[in-house]
Ligand binder design. Structure first.
Ligand code: NAI
Ligand code: 15L
Length: 264
């Protein structure tokens, strides 16, 4: 494609995808409210608050694809979540509608279903069970993707990311972990497949103890290669697994289920 937009480009995943997605487009447009450093020759830097409707309209103009990583990424107060994850997602979909509906990869989260137990095996059509206001905001994003698909034909890959880091940070993440390379491959498939539609995809590597059934997304031709088992020995050496009555051993969303409703 000619121009790919990455929002949240200053964040943990944004900084990784800035490099890894480079072969996907002639120009990578990067956006965030935080500092993104200098632009390389193939890059455009466009700082933008996702809550600013006019700015997001300009941001999306001329883009052929969007990887939407921007927004609040952990449990916070409703006020903080509202701007980036609710108003911001509305602004993004309205901007896409105004500018030829570029395909969107939406970074949703396992916290849309965090209040399922770890012994439950989930398909994407099961009801949401968010584990906090952050999870609720991702449910809103998924609903926006579905609405704009049904009403306008906007295509979105809703990727319910588990835990996408260099390596799993605890025993729960042995089930939720997705490698950066697997996420990169998934994004590539979402832009290459002839017809995307609006699937929910579990963003998880080929881990032994998965809780999620990705068979409905097999049409993408995505074959995750990494397996978190290679980290188990190192994790066991660093920390003891959580006891059976610990939130990280009970709930798919782990400790997010224990957050209060933050007020500031
Ligand atoms: P992050 O918190 O490191 O990055 C998010 C970026 O969004 C930050 O650079 C932040 O400045 C920017 N941002 C926040 N509010 C904004 C606003 N109003 N306008 C513009 N930019 C704004 O998060 P990370 O880990 O890079 O995650 C990226 C996306 O993937 C997030 O949407 C997160 O919810 C989602 N995700 C990530 C997971 C992971 O394991 N890393 C798991 C599940 C979902
Ligand atoms: C998320 O949604 C967060 O953005 C990320 O920081 C991790 O906490 C991840 O979920 C997780 O559940 O491990």
């Amino acid at each position: 494609m000619h121009r790919l937009l990455i929002t949240g480009a200053a964040g943990g995943l944004g900084r990784v995808m800035r490099e890894k997605l480079r072969p996907l487009a002639d120009i990578i447009r990067l956006s965030d409210i935080a500092d993104m450093g200098d632009a390389a020759p193939h890059e455009e830097i466009m700082p933008c608050d996702l809550g600013d409707e006019a700015a997001v309209l300009k941001l999306v103009e001329g883009c052929d694809g969007i990887v939407h990583l921007g927004g609040v990424s952990v449990e916070q107060s409703f006020d903080k979540i509202l701007n980036g994850n609710i108003q911001g997602v509305y602004n993004l979909y309205e901007a896409a509608r105004a500018h030829s509906q570029p395909r969107i990869v939406f970074a949703s989260s396992n916290h849309t279903i965090g209040f399922y137990r770890q012994d439950e095996y989930l398909t994407p059509d099961m009801p949401m069970k968010p584990d906090g206001l952050y999870g609720v905001s991702k449910c809103f994003g998924e609903a926006m993707a579905s609405l704009y698909h049904s009403k306008f034909g906007q295509e979105t890959a809703i990727v319910r990311i588990g835990s996408c880091f260099a390596e799993p940070a605890n025993h729960r993440m042995l089930s939720t972990w997705m490698s950066h390379d697997d996420f990169t491959d998934l994004i590539r498939r979402c832009f290459l497949v002839p017809r995307l539609g609006c699937p929910i995809v579990w963003g998880v590597s080929d881990n032994d103890g998965t809780w999620w059934d990705n068979s409905a997304a097999s049409f993408l031709g995505w074959k995750p290669k990494a397996n978190s088992e290679s980290f188990r020995e190192g994790l066991d050496a660093r920390m003891t697994p959580p006891p059976a009555d610990h939130p990280n051993a009970i709930w798919q969303g782990g400790m997010f289920t224990q957050d209060p409703i933050h007020k500031d």
